[in-house]
Design a protein around this ligand. Structure first.
Ligand SMILES: Cc1ncc(COP(=O)(O)O)c(C=O)c1O
Length: 355
């Protein structure tokens, strides 16, 4: 502990990312990465960056990529913000829209970065318990909130709410900013990006880390009405105007142009997930309905920590959150068919050995 630490550093508990082992022999199903490589068009774009281009600062407006995103979603470019991963977009969203007197609410079980940012910016937050079955019941959220933040599908539960349910809330709470984090939307939920045109209290956040296989490049987006986007730009330009490097800008654009590859890999993951869900249930796991590239499951009567350790000892990493409601649950990222076959083989062995 340095005597120079600020009160923030002294008091905050930072987010702990999933392990990134140096030993590549692990089957890595702990951070919801895509098991397939980035689009060959994105890889070609990475290689296309010249020394001359690297010499210069990247485009602070990220205009080429935003134009591609605008065409893809049928929006105007001033409705789109791009940042260094959706974590950064989230980090800019807090100071852009909230004061220390505002309250932001999100489920008690959700992406664990949300409360960390709230603590960093000293924004009061309410963690509203999910229902017994891990679904969101909007009636549990007070009407006086400045903001409601929802991951859809939620993480780590993988459960989605419909666009219709979200639109009902947008209408019911016109003075609440509803932020929908759609990191996993392409694996089975319905995006509410089209609703941003009709509702000025909606901000949608997405990422290229999951369905686009670009976690290593760090590209995240926000979609909303132009005033909301300008708020994010104001924070970015008060912090770091060049958050997205030239390689990431070009590869992200190429990735969006390769629609066929995106569809092929996304569908492959969904198909593998459906097989994995059935197989886990057959082994005896309770599995929540998944609209994401991961499944959330528990084996009644077995310790989550023990199952996780058994998998780790046998070369498979999965994620577990050591909080009271979900400590017996595992979040298993969907890998390739072969990787899932290996996990399922190990889980069958675990059950046999521990009877
Ligand atoms: C719900 C959710 N939102 C945002 C992120 C951050 O994604 P990135 O910063 O890679 O865009 C994650 C990553 O796991 C996530 O699970």
């Amino acid at each position: 502990m340095s005597r120079f630490y600020s009160d923030t550093v002294r008091s905050i508990t930072p987010y702990v990312p999933g392990e990134q082992p140096k030993d590549r022999s692990f089957i890595k199903l702990n951070t919801n990465e895509n098991p397939y490589p980035a689009s060959p068009m994105a890889v070609a774009a990475i290689h296309s960056v010249s020394g001359v281009e690297a010499r210069l600062y990247p485009d602070p407006e990220v205009a080429d990529l935003r134009r591609t995103l605008a065409a893809y979603h049928g929006l105007e470019i001033d409705r789109i913000f791009v940042g260094n991963g959706s974590d950064e977009v989230l980090a800019m969203m807090y100071p852009a829209f909230f004061n220390r007197t505002d309250t932001i609410a999100f489920p008690d079980i959700t992406y664990s970065f949300y409360p960390v940012y709230a603590a960093l910016y000293e924004i009061p937050f309410t963690a509203v318990p999910l229902s017994e079955d891990f679904t969101v019941d909007f009636r549990d959220y007070p009407n006086t909130l400045k903001a409601l933040l929802l991951a859809n599908p939620n993480a780590p539960t993988a459960i989605a709410v419909s666009a219709g349910e979200i639109e009902a809330q947008l209408k019911l709470r016109p003075d609440t900013l509803i932020i929908v984090d759609e990191a996993y939307v392409d694996f089975g939920a319905e995006s509410v990006i089209p609703l941003t045109r009709r509702h000025d209290n909606l901000l949608v956040i997405q990422t290229m880390s999951k369905a686009r296989s670009l976690a290593g490049l760090r590209v995240g987006m926000a979609f909303g009405n132009p005033e909301l986007i300008r708020g994010l730009e104001c924070i970015r330009d008060s912090f770091n105007s060049y958050t997205l490097d030239v390689v990431a800008q070009r590869a992200a654009k190429a990735s969006y142009e390769d629609v066929a590859y995106f569809e092929q890999t996304r569908r492959a993951i969904i198909a593998t997930r459906e097989k994995a869900v059935a197989a886990l249930a057959a082994i005896g796991f309770t599995v929540l309905p998944s609209s994401a590239n991961f499944v959330f499951c528990t084996m009644p009567g077995k310790s989550g920590a023990e199952v996780q350790q058994y998998l780790r000892d046998n070369g498979v990493l999965v994620r577990r959150f050591n909080t009271p409601r979900i400590k017996e649950w595992l979040r298993i990222t969907i890998g390739t068919d072969e990787e899932m076959d290996e996990v399922l083989r190990l889980l069958r062995l675990f059950v046999q050995e521990k009877i």
